[in-house]
Write a protein that binds this ligand. Structure first.
Ligand SMILES: Cc1ncc(COP(=O)(O)O)c(C=O)c1O
Length: 450
């Protein structure tokens, strides 16, 4: 495709070919989250940070296929590893027979995951499946049945993981009853929390309030702590709005968990694999969880999930848990190559570009009242739009219009939370490309507010 310097826009978006495909899509494909009013993009191909649509427009990717393409679109090292594996064997029933690729991947994941203890890994196909495995490992090893999750979370669409989902009511609608034994606590969202604490100014107060809520109100009243198997949390809430909790939160949560012998499960499906400038987002918070869930970017787009856990928590007994595609050879090859390229400079690049994003987005915050909050780490940024900075009322329509204005100018973005836009480019993005993307983002904002 050849990498351009800037987006190349040849037709209105959606163009004529895209319109026809979108129409067919909605006729034949089940309704999911596709929305033609603010995301009418029909993708044909791509390379690096560039996406070509079916009408020949070339757009800059600030969405990474929902944080899946951290290594870049069709990263050549990952592509080569996939092609080499395709020549040998694709599927080898990794939970019944043995293959070295899955062993290599498990060894690698156990080595790079935080925690100075021995680990094991369960391989699967998606984020939700990696969370389901974590729940089963926690119940199996502790013989406790209850869990605590957090409001604002997203963990997946199957019944176990969905029972912890609390970022949009539509994600649970007409699906009750969900899994019993799941209780939710407020997440220490510095910008919006039930106590109206400014968590940027007073992070410790916010952390204490959440810990106190769990300890005093949940444990002392209706959730017997000795029956809680684990806390399930995202180190950074992704779908919930790229919310970054105060630095101290997970240390305090771990103290509480240790007091009650409760395990910690970090869902790094969206926050992991270098996105925040470290391989795992939890590394910013100085604790090692007992279980880590991965998917999305692990395989650079080849479906794979992984649940890494303390060795002593293993099922031990054959048949308690398994699947068909876990340990898929092509997916494992893609994941091993992805880890290699992330470690060979891309994570560093994400950390390096944090300053540019912080500075440019802060400038926009200073100029445009419609921006209520800017937060981020590495190349994981959320910009929250509000009608009024005092009331913080959600500017949903405006957010959606900004998404469309940016798309029409050649910048691909995704919403999240209620009125947030996430800026999550592939980690191979250059300074120049990042500047161009941020410039288009600002143009998109101006087009909507002026
Ligand atoms: C934090 C987190 N966990 C789990 C999932 C579910 O992943 P999947 O869609 O691959 O099942 C997602 C998906 O967005 C996620 O962001």
């Amino acid at each position: 495709m050849g990498e351009p310097e800037r987006p190349i826009i040849l037709t209105p978006i959606p163009g004529p070919k895209a319109r026809k495909i979108i129409e067919r899509h909605h006729r034949y494909v089940a309704t999911t989250t596709n929305n033609p009013t603010y995301a009418p993009l029909v993708i044909e191909s791509g390379e690096g940070v560039w996406i070509r649509d079916v009408d020949g427009n070339i757009l800059l990717d600030f969405s990474s296929g929902i944080s899946v393409l951290n290594a870049g679109i069709r990263n050549p090292v990952v592509q080569k590893a996939i092609e080499e594996q395709l020549k040998k064997m694709w599927h080898a029933a990794g939970t019944d027979f043995y293959n070295e690729k899955q062993v290599e991947l498990a060894e690698k994941l156990n080595e790079i995951a935080p925690g100075d203890f021995e680990k094991k890994t369960f391989l699967s196909n998606s984020g939700t499946e990696s969370v389901e495995a974590a729940l089963k490992i926690a119940r199996w090893s502790t013989q406790r049945k209850l869990f605590i999750g957090f409001i604002g979370a997203f963990h997946g669409r199957t019944y176990g993981s969905m029972s912890f989902v609390a970022s949009k009511p539509v994600q649970r609608s007409r699906q009750f009853p969900t899994m019993p034994g799941v209780y939710l606590a407020p997440y220490p969202n510095p910008y919006r929390n039930p106590w109206h604490i400014d968590g940027y100014e007073n992070p410790d107060e916010l952390v204490n309030r959440v810990i106190e809520y769990i300890d005093e109100y949940m444990f002392n009243r209706y959730v017997p702590s000795e029956e809680v198997a684990a806390f399930l949390f995202e180190p950074i809430q992704g779908e919930g709005g790229y919310v970054i909790p105060p630095k101290n939160f997970f240390k305090e949560l771990k103290k509480l968990a240790d007091e009650h012998d409760i395990k910690l499960i970090a869902d790094e499906v969206q926050s992991g694999m270098g996105r925040t400038g470290k391989m795992f987002a939890i590394e910013h918070f100085g604790i090692a969880p007992d279980i880590i869930c991965l998917a999305k970017s692990l395989g650079s787009g080849i479906p794979i999930g992984a649940t890494i856990f303390r060795k002593e928590m293993d099922f031990g007994e054959p048949g308690v848990h398994s699947n068909t595609f876990g340990g898929n050879m092509v997916a494992c090859a893609a994941a091993l190559a992805t880890i290699e390229v992330l470690q060979n400079g891309l994570i560093q690049n994400a950390a390096k570009l944090e300053g540019l994003f912080r500075e440019r987005l802060q400038e926009m915050y200073d100029k445009y009242e419609i921006i209520g909050d800017v937060r981020g780490l590495g190349l994981a940024w959320g910009v929250e739009f509000v009608k009024d900075r005092k009331t913080k009322s959600y500017a949903i329509e405006e957010r959606n219009k900004i998404l469309l204005e940016c798309l029409r100018r050649g910048l691909v973005l995704l919403g999240c939370g209620v009125s947030v836009i996430r800026l999550i480019p592939p980690l191979c993005i250059t300074d120049e490309q990042a500047k161009i993307g941020l410039e288009i983002f600002e143009e998109g904002i101006k087009a909507v507010i002026h």
